[in-house]
Design a protein around this ligand. Sequence first.
Ligand code: NAD
Length: 409
Amino acid sequence: MAAFEHFKEHVDSAARLLGLSDTERQALEKPDRVLRADLSVALDDGNTETFPAYRVQFNNARGPYKGGIRFHPEADEDEVSALAAMMAVKCAVVGIPFGGAKGGVTVDPKKLSAGERDRLARAYARAFADHLGPDSDIPAPDVYTTSETMASMLDEYERLIGKSAPAMITGKPLSLGGSLGRDTATADGAIAVLEALLEDEQLDAASLSAAVQGAGNAGAHAARRLAHMGMNIVALSDSSGTLLSPEGIEVEAALAGKQAHKEFAAWGEVAGVEKVMETEAGLFVPAALEEQLTKDTVEALRAKYVLEIANGPTTPEADRALFARGATVIPDVLANAGGVTVSYFEWIQGRTGERWELNRVSAALSRTMQSAYREVADIARARSVSLRDAAYVLALGRLTDAMRARGRC
Ligand code: NAD
């Protein structure tokens, strides 16, 4: 129950700050609906295999349910519920008119062929079609699902309903109405927030060194952007180990090496995966997995700033330790909301038939992220709380306003 329990701890703390009643707090901690299905998929060898699947529709008080679908061997109801809850909070923090949802299939997609993955995606869309749609629940990619997965789901959904509905899903290929800038949106959004924070602190990016954990979609682009800002990237890791260089890693060369050889360990000399958290660096960017900073690992962390691109990388205990020592954590629900923000822009484009230029997407993303940061930072200053508590205060305030207006709490 770890992931959902962590979410509840954050809600409890913000609910106390907001003075919410027990009934209001409980309403914010309960999913609207948990949908389950067993998906039967024809395998290439002629057999059929069944995979458990979930769609958790957490809260739609502020707009249609919104959230990605992950294909992962460890995806289960608790994890999907916690991620659905975080989506409701994220959308409220950045002020976009969506609620929160998340989907998952318990499967190891690396063991499936492209055809099997396509049939699994179609089975998912068929199983939950009655609950999905541009005005009801809008999925997107997440861990181990891609724009191709979204294309399969959209195609299956449109076949079922017999008409075009591009706004029912985001993260689509550009050829089917995907948005420019969606692939780098999460990292770009996190960098926009970091820039606003550095401005607040009157800090020059070039005076900071950074350690980046994870070099996947989000981490690789974040490392690239940080290097362009003039930061020295002294550590960069993936699941095979940590590249270290006090003089600064050549990020483009390292990423090209990883692409060619699949992992850093096959390209260059690496230290253990934990070293990325133990290196002397002013900024630590977790962009891989949840629960990396725990009460044990946080002891070795030197960073003054943490930019949470991963979902849930810091346990509540580690979070308290960081706050006590004066470190600033830019929380996941703010730092990684760039992906869903550009999904919102994609949804608008799907509904209006407009096509936005990349410059328009990038400018609107920066504006949304930086204005959310300023609102969060103002609350943190006024109440002397962490940016995480402040982000939850902002989000829960917006959610309870909407729920009260609907007579739901
Ligand atoms: P990804 O699968 O593309 O990349 C994950 C990276 O983490 C890989 O490079 C992998 O090698 C590395 N990794 C795995 N275990 C590791 C370990 N022990 N130490 C160091 N690195 C390790 O995933 P992604 O899309 O980049 O997502 C990363 C995180 O960001 C996840 O928590 C995800 O939920 C979150 N996130 C991503 C997006 C997005 O748009 N991509 C949006 C919001 C949140």
